[in-house]
Design a protein around this ligand. Structure first.
Ligand code: PGA
Length: 240
């Protein structure tokens, strides 16, 4: 793991965006995956800025979303799909060749899971997977206890994730399951960029980076990835 400590959220966001852009410069037909949520907001904006400034050409590259709350579509507030459409895809003046956004509200969620696997099998492996880390160490919705051998899967949300999600949904909505790329797909990515900011992430980030590799802390698996960058602000990196 290569550790990159940034002075603040903005620097973390710019650095992660630049690492993702490098992957497209190396392979114009790259397949990219970014997470949704608070952590990656600045990173996806910074990535769109690079595209819009003509500093990276994504016209032959593809995008696939990392995860989604089961039951939510890309028009639902708080969904990863809506985040992808408004904060990333909708900002791009020149779009990706193609984007596959998981529909968590699909009537046939098993078909949606298979479609995610099929998309990554066809256009992958991922050239770059940008990831956040959950308060329980999850990556996407690879919750604590997950099988590291899984590809796309549907998984019950942990109690920690359910608690954290109230910041996205309030009391409006209570998803019980997530649909997510699996650790096998993340570990097959040519580059992984784990981003974290804020003092509340310091303990779990230290466990992931310095602790034992265990599915109790899914992000710890990245210690075994040959090309993983951990990009953290000073507050999140405080216990490393
Ligand atoms: P956050 O979530 O951006 O809401 O901190 C990170 C994650 O769960 O991956």
């Amino acid at each position: 793991m290569e550790l990159i400590i940034c002075k603040d959220y903005e620097e973390m966001s710019r650095k992660a965006a630049s690492l993702a852009a490098d992957s497209v410069r190396q392979n114009p037909r790259a397949l990219l995956s970014f997470p949704g949520g608070d952590t990656p907001l600045g990173m996806v904006h910074a990535f769109a800025d690079l595209v819009n400034a003509g500093e990276v050409d994504i016209s032959k590259a593809r995008y696939v979303s990392l995860d989604e709350w089961v039951g939510l579509s890309d028009t639902d507030e708080g969904s990863c799909g809506l985040f992808n459409r408004t904060e990333l895809l909708g900002r791009l003046q020149k779009p990706f060749l193609d984007a596959h956004i998981i529909d968590g509200a699909a009537k046939d969620i098993e078909a949606e899971r298979k479609a995610l696997d099929a998309y990554i099998a066809r256009y992958g492996p991922l050239d770059v997977s940008v990831l956040g880390i959950g308060m329980n160490g999850h990556l996407g919705f690879n919750e604590d206890g997950v099988d590291f051998g899984l590809h796309a899967h549907i998984i019950p949300l942990s109690d920690v994730t359910k608690k954290v999600m109230t910041k996205y949904f309030g009391e409006k909505c209570h998803p019980e399951y997530g649909i997510s790329q699996g650790i096998a797909q993340i570990m097959a990515a040519k580059k992984v960029v784990l981003i974290a900011n804020g003092a509340h992430k310091a303990d779990i980030l230290a466990q992931a980076v310095r602790g034992e590799v265990t599915n109790r802390v899914p992000a710890s698996v990245l210690q075994n990835h040959p090309n993983c960058f951990v990009v953290a602000d000073e507050a999140a990196a405080a216990k490393l």
